[in-house]
Design a protein around this ligand. Sequence first.
Ligand code: 8YV
Length: 316
Amino acid sequence: MSKPDVLVFAQSPSHAVMAQLALQFNCHHVWQQPASQHSRMIDSVAARIRAVWTVGPLGLDAGLIARLPQLEVVVVNSVGVDRIDLPALAARGIQVSNTPGVLTDDVADLAVLLLLAAQRRLPAMDAYVRRGDWAAGERLQPARGLRGKTAGIFGFGRIGQAIAARLAPFGMEIAYFQPRAIDGVAAPRAASLLELAARSDYLVLAAPATAATRHAVDAEVLTALGPQGVLVNIARGALVDETALVAALADGRLGAAALDVFEAEPQVPAPLCALPNTVLTPHIGSLTVETRHAMGQLTLDNLCAHFAGRPLLTPV
Ligand code: 8YV
């Protein structure tokens, strides 16, 4: 029997995963082509495509879905599926999988790294040494300590709770907000995101991007977080009104921001790069050898399960 045709939009850095994918499927690697060739390449194989392999940040829109008449399954090598048109897929009974769980630890670790880097002004301190300011006797102001401060976590699912578990041993108080209260957790739930921001020194975003969370972190929330407050975002750029964020950071209503995700990534607003009170990373929460292998393997296992007539392991 011939191998199922799969449209592959993004490479996994795991060679083992890519090798298994090539062995078991007839792969059409869109990512290997220059962007100008994508449409032509997709058209040339569209009629045969039974599966799509993609990642959350790239997404999959209704227009492309409509071009694939034989599509049965979409495997997303990410946990976030906010850019995948789920209603368009559901309307055709096309199954979708993602990669929950396997990236939790690394993403939570990055949240802590960003929080500490913003708190202790790591990029500025590194620059201070490299510029020779230390040797020149330039004065330094002390940072603020973590013990006794409150970390407010917006979105208290797997990743939010893993961040809380890492921050509590620093002597921090933890609070969270999300619409649904979670039973059996010690952390108190704030009545709203605004209330969470007002009681927090650090506001850490770990919520999914949805219509309800889009720009939830607005000027009012940022002002409530305050001049000593720090915003940390390892979730999705769409959660934050970036124009309001730039304004709050520039006029001192907000202390600092540490961001791994941006609304129009890989484009990062120039003012965020120019501000001294930001720490910026290029969406690397899950970017470790181990986690990217585990994500790729889970994505592949979902694909294999579908074509073996078994249920998806991690359906969306
Ligand atoms: C990216 C993420 O998917 O899982 C998610 O939702 O945002 C990241 O892990 C990754 O960069 C894409 O491979």
